[in-house]
Design a binder for this molecule. Sequence first.
Ligand code: GLN
Length: 230
Amino acid sequence: MTTVADDKLIKIAYLYEDLMNTYGDSGDVKILRYLLNKDGYEVQVDNVSLDAKFDANDYDFLFFGGGQDYEQTVVAKDLLRHQSTMKDYIEAGKPMLAICGGYQLLGSYYKMIDGTVIDGLGILPLHTVFKPDSRMIGDTEFETEFGPVKAFENHSGRTYFDDKDKLKPLGKMIQGYGNNPDDGVEGMRYKGVIGSYAHGPILRNENIAKAVAKMIIDNHNARLATPAQA
Ligand code: GLN
């Protein structure tokens, strides 16, 4: 039970916060909380971890951070329980930010260093292959529709789009690798979903942070306007 009126309470689901939080990605959620508070909203962040009961459509925003390979294997199995509600949420155009390992798990699969293939949610037509010989580490800069974004990356997974009509890159590389060393692009946009390899956290870039905060508020208002299902 909350004391805050529903119209001023924004609910964020932080997927596997305890397992998927490499390189300070939780900073993205802190920045969003700050911006939303400034706009007069209270923010509730729920850690949706292993075995949790979860319906994506109860939330205004989903956040999924990066993770190491081992944690990804554990998370990937549990995540499949939420395939249908997350697909509904995403296809309805609701907002989500997925970074690095979280971004990878929205796709069809992640092929690991030993050749093992982890199934992703299969919601987005993309896949990722781990290449051990050339980890992509360093500062990145890329141009997006929100303006230039500066961050850093640290991953061995190379992500490729399987349907380039459906998925659009988040940005064009100025510095660094982004999705892979071949395409010259960083991250992904599909409806309300932003996927990215950018840590830093990415939302320290005010331009994109404000755009995401606006997406959340718009979705929150739309959720309030829709009568709850019986
Ligand atoms: N383990 C994945 C990779 O190396 C993701 C890393 C991350 O999320 N930081 O590609």
